[in-house]
Design a protein around this ligand. Structure first.
Ligand code: SF4
Length: 210
């Protein structure tokens, strides 16, 4: 059984939530050519379904796995076409919980890598921490392998700050995944837009409440 931590967030035990079972293959939104979800001009896909249930979630409607519309081959073709534009830096995967949408996202990211190699970056946002994901089943780890940047951890309302780059609360980290693989530990992403308050502290999430 998942547990609720002191911040009201539902936390799974390792491997407890399986996107191959939970995902209904729905997407909440697709936004091509945005400037807000990572560095540069990006194409953002928002998938449906997230059981972390963070209080204050920015997209609570998309916590339902049935929210939105079914992902289709036509949408996937459109995303590949949009990414081909020379001014597009890459793909951003948000939710909902992308790590529980592997049935649709793994085929997509495999196609993106086959078409563009490392020319386009892939950013992913997850309520799981990097360390949690390393202990999850192979579908999540393969999705992580295809990505360049992970914004990790749940949204914690008491750690909200309006001026954080690309995330809502200061527990969330922007992680450089290739550098982390080389280092064997989470390495923070070092380029691009910065938080405007250097003093925002990193605070660990509260421990689970039994
Ligand atoms: S992890 Fe993100 S999408 Fe999921 S409930 Fe928390 S804030 Fe919402």
């Amino acid at each position: 059984m998942p547990v609720t931590d002191a911040d009201g967030i539902t936390q799974p035990r390792p491997g407890e939530w399986d996107g191959r079972v939970l995902s209904a293959g729905h997407t909440a939104d697709y936004k091509p050519f945005t400037f807000v979800d990572g560095e540069g001009v990006r194409c953002s896909l928002y998938v449906s379904g997230c059981p972390f249930s963070c209080p204050g979630c920015y997209n609570a409607a998309a916590q339902s796995f049935r929210y939105g519309t079914p992902y289709t081959d036509e949408l996937e073709d459109r995303i590949l076409g949009d990414l081909a534009q020379p001014y597009v830096a890459g793909l951003s995967l948000l939710g909902g919980e992308p790590m529980l949408a592997t049935p649709i996202l793994l085929p997509l990211v495999r196609r993106v890598r086959a078409a563009f190699g490392d020319e386009k970056s892939i950013w992913i946002w997850s309520g799981y921490t990097y360390e949690q994901l390393l202990g999850e089943p192979p579908d999540k780890r393969e999705l992580l392998e295809h990505c360049d940047v992970l914004v990790d951890g749940p949204f914690i309302q008491r750690l909200y700050h309006h001026d954080l780059a690309f995330r809502g609360s200061s527990n969330q980290r922007i992680i450089d995944l290739p550098a982390s693989r080389r280092a064997g530990t989470a390495a923070l992403w070092q380029s691009g837009r910065r938080d405007t308050e250097d003093s925002v502290p990193f605070l660990a999430p509260a421990p689970p409440r039994s």
